[in-house]
Design a protein around this ligand. Sequence first.
Ligand SMILES: [Zn+2]
Length: 352
Amino acid sequence: MKKKNLIERLDKGPVICAEGFLFEIEKRGYMSSGEFVPMVSLENPGALENLHRDFQYSGSDIVQAFTYNGHREKMRVIGKEELLEPLNRAALKIAKKVATSPLGKEQNLMAGNISNSNIWKQGDNKAQLEVEKMFREMVGWAVDEGADILIGETFYYAEEAYTALKIMKETGLPSVITIAPYGQNIMRDQVSILDTCKELEQRGGDVVGMNCHRGPNTMLPYLKEIRKALKCHVAGLPINYRTTEDNPTFFNLPDRNGCTCHTPHETTFPTALDPMQCNRYEIRQFAKEAFDIGINYLGVCCGANPMLIREVAEAVGLKVPSSKYRENMENHYMFGKNKRIPKHIKDYRNKA
Ligand SMILES: [Zn+2]
């Protein structure tokens, strides 16, 4: 059976993509927070394969190679530039292995990944050329290792996103491009969120949208505008945190949940965001609302875990392997309605 490509899948219905591996692999103990380098593909490849398998089991159709931050600049920062190519190739090979051993009949799509370089500077030709080179080498390795699609994500400069798209498009592979504006609700080179997305569509983005930095509350209003203005497929992958109008991103999100032991650094980001997480129903509601207005490429970024990916998948009408284990309060020993649960246990519920 011929593998369906990304656009064929999106034309037919929802496509789920798990992201947010940085936070999840850090929580699993395989990465240093703050520094955030995905050495896991070299140092603990089994842990990375498990991460992909867990998301696959919960319905991710795309296996995105974990090369976020695995670019030349970051490797220079940590003094391990010589590991750049091995790291990228290892991550791509692991993703390919998982994508080509799917749980259902249809193979998953393996995605190569490039993202914000953090050295892009407006008006600085030298820095921009450097970024272009970084993108080109990573995209080259992704094509080599058999990527089905390319994802460029988390861009906060419009021009950097355009550059990423240009390089991805040179390969002829379907390209997903998503932006992640900061709290001023505009790209850092002063292009509006909507205009950036319109331009990305004009320049040939197959799927255009937003990922990361923003929770459902501060991403969905923009996604609605984007969906209205664009003809191509649109992507929405929020973080799993309750961002607000005052704090549209997770970078400056205050903890107003009675915290008694603050982080040793300035912000709750990235190590003390836990109390501001969305619950699964909020993520489910986001996915349903987004899908109902025609956004077919859906997922969760930072804060994602397999349970939330299952919520996204089920919200848009899919049944995934882990649906077998979705909540079943019916049989809870105290809150369940099952006939076998003793009355004296049930009746105590309000005092529990
Ligand atoms: Zn993220």
